[in-house]
Design a protein around this ligand. Structure first.
Ligand code: DGJ
Length: 718
């Protein structure tokens, strides 16, 4: 509900369990009055607009507590800002780097699905320049999407030097930040830190999201929250280009969170009459801890962001991917053999990874030449696609459209099509360069090539990879390339999906390097990490689950001796971990004997029984890995009819208890039975008992060592 009080010019945004209140003060500044969990009860306005809105005394001109919804550079230069604009000077005078935004009008509109949007128009009193602060509510998920729209109403271009999607002001105090950072094969490492006084930044300085930091955050008062309790403010950016989240903890304990385009090397020219709409910052607050915050982000992403293929699919299919089985050594015979075995064990989607095109026999050549290699597939890919379809599976293909190897026909024909500065070196990573998506002809070429590929080969699924960060970011569009690249990726995917509504897409960037709510609006799932070692993945997947739902998180079972770490793990452990998301298989099935294939088939059949709860259930992190060396996750369907409890021990901590996992979200009065993969019943108890006393994580086996794992499927019996 959005409520406006004309007298005090106060807006109350009231959500299921939270609120956000703002007002236009007597000067016309739009300031945040407060936000957070709200008192229980019917949806009523919280703030009347009559209490003082500035919780801090003014210290001279340094209004440290000023809580402008859009913080602008001008009268205010000593803090982080949402917006900095340089206007051309009048009559030869110097440029005016001063923008002030004052309330002009507002509108509240309802979209088709009932979501309300508040648009507040803010005008600069001296310049022909306006901004709209836009806030769209998703009441049931306690989520607000916020973005800015700018308009240059003048006759001369203005230069936007810094632009956020939004700024949040949290209650005064000291704060803990829970976020995820990492690197290749070690994405999503969760870390909880006390914010120091000053500005702490999470960011990407590339043309893609990256995995050095992931663009989401969870904040709680210092020492104030855990997985199941406490106030948490959360958010993420719906953007796949260069980005920054800046947490500005001021000495007076005020905390502002700024999210948006990375100001590093940023520039945006707004020509006369031109508008710019930023991507959204998604945010909210809850009173039930980090799991509560993650659940709201998951529910919002599933309901409003993740695309639906036509017709909509209730669950994501079980995938086979050839990468770790074949690497670049592909052949029609070996892929057909893999496809047949995949179908035999229950796989539903078969994807051929890198190496099927051009001269791509290793990673030094061929990237950019998206024609099927006749050396590898003498009669093209169609015989393989047809066989995969005959076997009842979808057919998938790996592509990396944004890149080119210098040793490729495309680069030889168009050496100027890559990011570079004229006459300067072009630094290669993995022997490749990034195409300049500022050039319309490059994007048009790829749109043609990709559409033909999908059409000619009856492709149902694309794994869209992106394997390097930007260097020498020279483009025909100058600094705008930091935005244009991601915008062009979006346009290419949107175009493909429009033309092929049944096409599903996986976002991959050397693993989890491009995961954010912007790409998730266009892709059905993401490849979480190239690290397929089950025990290493527990932390990776747990970190990813802070921001993103299991329904989008692709997880493969691979070889007994892991290719990344060399560690040997039992098949049960590998499945138990991979079944926490969208299951995939990456093992060399041609090297397995019939008994091993039968074992895979049994696991896949079990996954198909539990996946509705995993992919469509509410995720509770009952015990985080860092708490006791054991991770316990529960997925429970919203109607409490089914739940899945997954336990994986990564470390044995001598003389430390792994406490029983108290389940959540069950029907207290209902009787549940817990079954393992083979249908063996372990426990039969009422919901109340399972929630109050919990399940013994080792189920009386006495085993807790590294690699101990168990997936239980709970069904309501009455
Ligand atoms: C990086 C991806 O993360 C891998 O899964 C694989 O697709 C390779 N690229 C192929 O080059």
């Amino acid at each position: 509900m959005i409520h406006f009080d004309e007298r005090t010019r106060t807006w109350n945004l009231v959500l299921a369990t939270s609120f956000h209140a703002l007002r236009a003060d007597p000067d016309g500044r739009v300031v945040c009055l407060g936000s957070g969990p709200r008192p229980p009860g019917p949806a009523r306005p919280i703030a009347s607009g009559t209490l003082p809105d500035d919780p801090f005394p003014r210290i001279g001109v340094d209004r440290q507590g000023r809580r402008d919804e859009v913080v602008t550079f001008g009268d205010h230069t000593w803090h982080e800002v949402t917006l900095k604009v340089s206007f051309p000077g009048a009559d030869g005078g110097h440029a005016v780097r001063d923008v002030r935004l004052r309330y002009a009008s507002h509108a509240i509109a309802s979209s088709g699905d009932g979501r309300e949007t508040l648009r507040i128009r803010l005008d600069d009193p001296a310049q022909p320049f306006s901004a709209w602060l836009c806030l769209r509510l998703c009441v049931e998920h306690d989520v607000i999407e916020r973005w800015l729209e700018l308009e240059n109403r003048g006759t001369r271009a203005v230069h936007v030097e810094q632009l956020g999607f939004g700024t949040l002001h949290l209650p005064a105090g000291r704060w803990d930040l829970l976020h995820a950072s990492g690197g290749w094969a070690a994405e999503f490492q969760a870390e909880r830190v006390r914010l120091p006084v000053g500005t702490t930044s999470l960011e990407s300085r590339s043309v893609h999201t990256g995995f050095v930091h992931h663009p989401f955050f969870l904040l709680c008062p210092a020492d104030g929250a855990g997985e199941g309790h406490g106030t948490v403010y959360f958010g993420q950016l719906a953007w796949s280009g260069s980005w920054r989240l800046a947490f500005e903890q001021r000495p007076n304990t005020a905390l502002a969170v700024h999210g948006g385009y990375n100001p590093f090397d940023f520039a945006l020219e707004l020509e006369a009459g031109e508008r710019h709409v930023t991507p959204a910052m998604i945010h909210g607050a809850c009173a039930d801890g980090f799991s509560g915050a993650s659940q709201r982000m998951h529910a919002f992403l599933c309901a409003h962001v993740l695309p639906r293929t036509e017709p909509a699919e209730p669950v994501r299919p079980v995938l086979y991917n050839s990468w770790e089985a074949s690497y670049f050594a592909l052949s029609l015979d070996s892929q057909i053999a893999l496809a047949r075995k995949s179908a035999q064990i229950g796989v539903e989607l078969f994807c051929v990874d890198d190496g099927w095109f051009g001269s791509r026999r290793n990673d030094t050549a061929g990237l950019g030449d998206w024609t099927v290699s006749r050396e590898v597939f003498p009669t093209g890919l169609r015989p393989l696609a047809d066989e995969v379809h005959r076997l009842g599976m979808g057919f998938g293909l790996w592509v990396e459209p944004e890149m080119v190897n210098p040793d490729s026909d495309l680069y030889r024909a168009h050496p100027d099509w890559v990011l570079h500065f004229p006459e300067r070196p072009r630094t290669e990573h993995r022997h490749q360069l990034i195409l300049d998506f500022g050039r319309p002809e490059v994007v048009a070429h790829l749109a043609r090539v990709l559409a033909a590929l999908v059409e000619e080969n009856a492709v149902d699924f694309l794994k869209w990879d992106m394997n390097r960060s930007a260097s020498e970011p020279g483009s025909v569009v100058g600094k705008a390339i930091w935005r244009r690249h991601a915008e062009a990726v979006y346009a290419l995917i949107d175009g493909l999906r429009e033309r092929f509504p049944r096409l599903a897409i996986e976002s991959c960037s050397s693993g989890g390097g491009r995961v954010d709510a912007g790409i998730l609006a266009r892709t059905d799932q993401f490849w979480t990490s190239d690290n397929t070692d089950a025990l290493a993945r527990v932390a990776i997947q747990e970190g990813a689950s802070l921001g993103y739902p299991a329904r989008a998180m692709a997880c493969w079972v691979t070889h007994e001796r892991n290719h990344q770490t060399g560690r040997r793990l039992e098949l049960a452990t590998r499945f138990d971990v991979a079944m926490r998301g969208v299951l995939g298989i990456g093992s060399d099935l041609n090297a397995l004997d019939p008994a091993e294939l039968a074992e895979y088939a049994t696991w896949i059949a079990f996954y198909k029984r539990i996946r509705n709860a995993v992919q469509n259930g509410v995720c509770h992190r009952l015990q985080r890995l860092d708490e006791a060396g054991t991770s316990i996750v529960e997925y429970v369907l919203p109607d409490a009819s089914e739940a899945v409890v997954s336990t994986v021990a990564v470390e044995r901590r001598i003389a430390q208890l792994v406490p029983p996992a108290r389940l959540r979200g069950l029907d207290v009065a209902a009787l549940y039975a817990a079954f393992d993969r083979d249908g063996k019943e372990y426990v039969r108890a009422r919901g109340a008992e399972l929630m109050a006393l919990g399940l013994d994580p080792n189920l009386g086996t006495g085993r807790y060592g590294p690699g101990y794992s168990r997936t239980l499927w709970l069904r309501r019996l009455d």
